[in-house]
Write a protein that binds this ligand. Structure first.
Ligand code: CTP
Length: 405
């Protein structure tokens, strides 16, 4: 029996050095049960040969529209797919896709596909930043394609910058999210969102801090799902140890004051801001330049704390853009709903995700359960499930509140 029962995927590969990373992506798809048709461009085959693609996919591989015409009419491949993903997508491929040029099998497939299309670009920073590429990417996004932002890091040779193909595991995750939603037009396309994640640390001295137990997983799930729904995402990450989600701009921060600065900067042109980070309400009033030492026979100095700025309240009171949607999180141990309602009113945000926390619950867990309260009085329970499911519910509620939605 054929075990590839998952939806059919077309993996387009264009001619960049990162083509070798698409082998891992292909593996990820086939191991999750997808039937994958690899459609490399002629130049992609200069980097990774046909034998590799057909051995890894178990399917024939063609690049032109004139080969195997009797078996693979070129329009069928795109028509039958549940998802087309192009990784790596070169500047040339993006240009051809944006202009509807159909001079090989991959570009023909892109024109005939009626399913969601994901591009994972990889190129040199200069090419990515060139106005021609910027416009092509904007065109593709406007038409509803998901174009994942390239990662920042080492490029071919010794140069570094934005343009790296994101980690194949992360591209796979975006594709999974897109497939799970099954919508051809991503509903956050063209939108900018900011998510804060993790927990702030307030230093006492060079080796000690006041912190909390937030892992950042819920915030990362929000960032990942927003990217899969087409948004440009800035993730302000406080002390997390999780891999960067594909296509997301990650801004690492340490303290509440640093988080405030990064969030307010990114929020200036954002359509929505979700504050999933556990921000310390207080910080030590003084920072000891040298390590605080214990002294025999002496009691320790009492710890004096001062208030940190409340970023969520500030964002809500002073919206950077008209109609910007602001979402907060509340972790409560008792009287969960009543406390949540009071907090929503106090912070004046549009939505508040309330979850019950305890020793074994929520922190660091893969799953979550919550109620999303709306300033309009709505109450949306989210049953126990993956943090991605809660994240998608949050975005559903945000999308409905966006101006022009
Ligand atoms: N938050 C913030 N800035 C702070 C503290 C919290 O932006 N200085 C945000 C969090 O990101 C979260 C929400 O506010 O979205 C949580 O509210 P908060 O008042 O911190 O909750 P608790 O600390 O649980 O409040 P309380 O002490 O009133 O229970």
């Amino acid at each position: 029996m054929d075990e590839r029962v998952g939806p059919g995927v077309v993996l387009g590969v264009s001619g960049g050095i990162a083509a070798y990373k698409a082998c891992e992506l292909l593996r990820g798809f086939t191991e999750s049960g997808h039937d994958v048709r690899v459609v490399p461009t002629a130049s992609a085959l200069r980097f990774v040969g046909e034998a590799t693609w057909s051995a890894l996919s178990g399917n024939p591989v063609t690049t032109g529209v004139w080969e195997d015409v009797h078996e693979v009419p070129h329009v069928r491949i795109g028509q039958r797919a549940a998802l087309v993903v192009v990784a790596p997508a070169t500047a040339d491929l993006l240009a051809r896709a944006a202009h509807g040029i159909a001079d090989d099998l991959l570009t023909n497939t892109l024109l005939t596909a009626r399913c969601p299309v994901v591009f994972a670009p990889a190129m040199h920073t200069e090419m990515w930043e060139h106005p021609a590429t910027r416009e092509n990417v904007a065109t593709l996004r406007r038409r509803g394609c998901v174009v994942i932002e390239p990662a920042v890091g080492r490029l071919t040779g010794v140069d570094t910058g934005k343009g790296r193909l994101p980690d194949p595991g992360e591209i796979l995750e975006v594709c999974r999210r897109v497939l799970a939603r099954g919508v051809a037009a991503p509903d956050l396309a063209g939108r900018r969102v900011v998510v804060s994640a993790g927990g702030t640390r307030e230093p006492l001295d060079p080796v000690r801090f006041l912190g909390n137990r937030s892992s950042g997983r819920q915030g990362y799930a929000l960032a990942r799902t927003a990217a899969a729904r087409g948004a440009r995402v800035t993730l302000v990450a406080a002390n997390t140890a999780l891999p960067d989600p594909a296509g997301v701009d990650v801004v690492p921060v340490g303290t509440a004051v640093q988080l405030r600065e990064a969030v307010l900067k990114a929020a200036a042109d954002a359509d929505a801001v979700v504050m999933a980070a556990a921000v310390a309400d207080f910080r030590p009033s003084a920072y000891a330049e040298g390590k605080i030492k214990k002294r025999d026979g002496e009691e320790p100095e009492p710890l004096r704390l001062v208030r940190n700025p409340d970023v969520l309240a500030e964002l809500s009171a002073d919206r950077a853009r008209p109609g910007q949607v602001v979402v907060g999180f509340a972790a409560e141990t008792d009287d969960v709903l009543a406390n949540g309602r009071a907090k929503l009113a106090r912070k004046r945000c549009d939505l508040l995700v309330v979850n019950e926390v305890g020793e074994q619950r929520t922190f660091g867990a893969e799953e979550n359960e919550a109620v999303v309260l709306g300033a309009d009085g709505s109450e949306t329970p989210v049953p126990h499930g993956p943090k991605e499911a809660l994240a998608d519910t949050v975005w559903d509620l945000v999308v409905r509140r966006l101006p022009g939605a």
